[in-house]
Design a protein around this ligand. Structure first.
Ligand SMILES: Cc1cc2nc3c(=O)[nH]c(=O)nc-3n(C[C@H](O)[C@H](O)[C@H](O)COP(=O)(O)OP(=O)(O)OC[C@H]3O[C@@H](n4cnc5c(N)ncnc54)[C@H](O)[C@@H]3O)c2cc1C
Length: 374
């Protein structure tokens, strides 16, 4: 079977292991989201049971740990650091119990609900401990996956770096478009399956567009060795302390603010802002007013001082926004003939990359009818 993958982030690199040619527009793999994130291997705790995120995250984490303990992945820095999700009051404590039962439905193993938290500097009435949450060097993982694919497939795997593919030619209507028809036909006939996983470059459809959401990190000048997160209402935000793989550094964040110029003509964007404006304002303050971030962190770590925080790197999430102004929560794939578009692969897609690859290749190569998922 001839498979082409467009986009050399973690999803593309993992998919290319299933016998493929990989096209990446920049001169290295994992240069966008896959190389600018929290580096967390999520255990699969908070995702809705039955969702693709729940299933592929739990499975993907197992695949990552297995790959990194194999010979091919043994150079990848990885650590099962564990994570405490903490509740600061009784209302949050009740939600932690619900979260624990959600996680159990998702098949997450080894969770413990604790009174308080066994970290002297953290204030909490209750905590949920996840021993299988980990930290990893994702760019090193991407490189190891590429090397493993080269070793296993030899000349059958070709990595085309600095090769930007014209994405317009891969859209369902391109064959009927005078400008794109011949390029579109070439892609349809040359490959049995084309997987387009281009993150923030994903083209808008009549149903959704990509909203670039910036996640700013701050570095802590003091130490902690495990991941700590507060219970959170929004899937991608909330106070988080994440250690680096070597345990020498601790990141706080990421925040969630719009990156670039807002899509002012998009009614969906205004619906989103109208519904969540308090959250939006709060995130802008946390990113640009250091004292505001420090105040929210102090609820968790009372001894933290403003000078303990230093602005660090940022990443840009590719998050799908529907025309109704809803942030699409689950992973979303669309297929037209032999071309599969990954339209939404936000966190935990790095954790899930090997499971997503297996899912897409087995599901979409089986029959040739056009369908969307889910
Ligand atoms: C701030 C932040 C924190 C996160 N934290 C975590 C975490 O801790 N754990 C976790 O599991 N997930 C996390 N994520 C999510 C995770 O990083 C992404 O879901 C994942 O990396 C998506 O991988 P991808 O391959 O789909 O996209 P990307 O990594 O964005 O890769 C897309 C690739 O496509 C290439 N491309 C674009 N256009 C073209 C073209 N025309 N032709 C060829 N190539 C093209 C780009 O150059 C890029 O390399 C985080 C994300 C962010 C931004």
């Amino acid at each position: 079977m001839r498979i082409a993958v467009v986009g050399g982030g973690l999803v593309g690199v993992a998919t290319a292991r299933h016998l493929a040619e990989l096209f990446e527009k920049s001169n290295r793999v994992a240069g966008e989201q896959s190389g600018h994130n929290s580096g967390v291997i999520h255990a699969g705790i908070g995702y809705p049971p039955g969702s693709l995120k729940a299933r592929l995250c739990v499975q993907g984490a197992q695949y990552l740990y297995a790959f990194c303990s194999s010979e091919a992945g043994q150079q990848v820095p990885i650590r099962r650091a564990g994570k405490y999700i903490v509740a600061r009051n009784e209302t949050e404590a009740q939600r932690l119990t619900e979260l624990a039962s959600n996680a159990t439905s998702n098949g997450v193993q080894g969770l413990e609900l604790l009174d308080g938290v066994p970290l002297p500097s953290v204030r909490a009435v209750r905590s949920l401990y996840s021993p299988n949450t980990g930290v990893i060097d994702y760019p090193a993982l991407a490189q190891a996956l590429v090397e493993d694919t080269k070793a296993r497939l030899g000349a059958r795997f070709i990595l085309h770096l600095s090769s930007a593919v014209p994405l317009r030619a891969l859209e369902p209507d391109a064959v009927a478009h005078p400008q794109w028809a011949s390029a579109a036909r070439a892609w349809h006939t040359a490959w049995d399956l084309v997987m387009v996983c281009v993150g923030g470059s994903t083209r808008p459809t009549s149903q959704m567009r990509i909203l670039p959401i910036k996640g700013q990190y701050f570095e802590l000048t003091c130490r902690c060795n495990t991941t700590v997160g507060a219970w959170r209402r929004y899937p991608f935000a909330g106070v988080h302390f994440t250690p680096s793989v070597d345990g020498r550094r601790v990141w706080v964040g990421p925040t969630a603010t719009l990156f670039g110029w807002p899509p002012l003509h998009d009614p969906g964007f205004w619906r989103l802002v109208g519904r969540h404006w308090r959250f939006v304002v709060g995130q802008i303050r946390q990113e640009y007013v250091p004292l505001s971030l420090w105040r929210s962190l102090r609820e968790l770590v009372p001894d933290l001082q403003p000078q303990d925080l230093r602005r660090s790197f940022y990443g840009i999430r590719a998050q799908a926004l529907t025309r109704d102004g809803v942030l699409l929560n689950d992973f979303h794939f669309e297929r037209n003939q032999n071309i599969v578009h990954v339209r939404n692969a936000p966190s935990p897609a790095a954790t899930s990359c090997m499971a997503i690859a297996e899912y897409v290749v087995t599901r979409f190569s089986l029959d040739q009818h056009s369908e969307n998922d889910p």
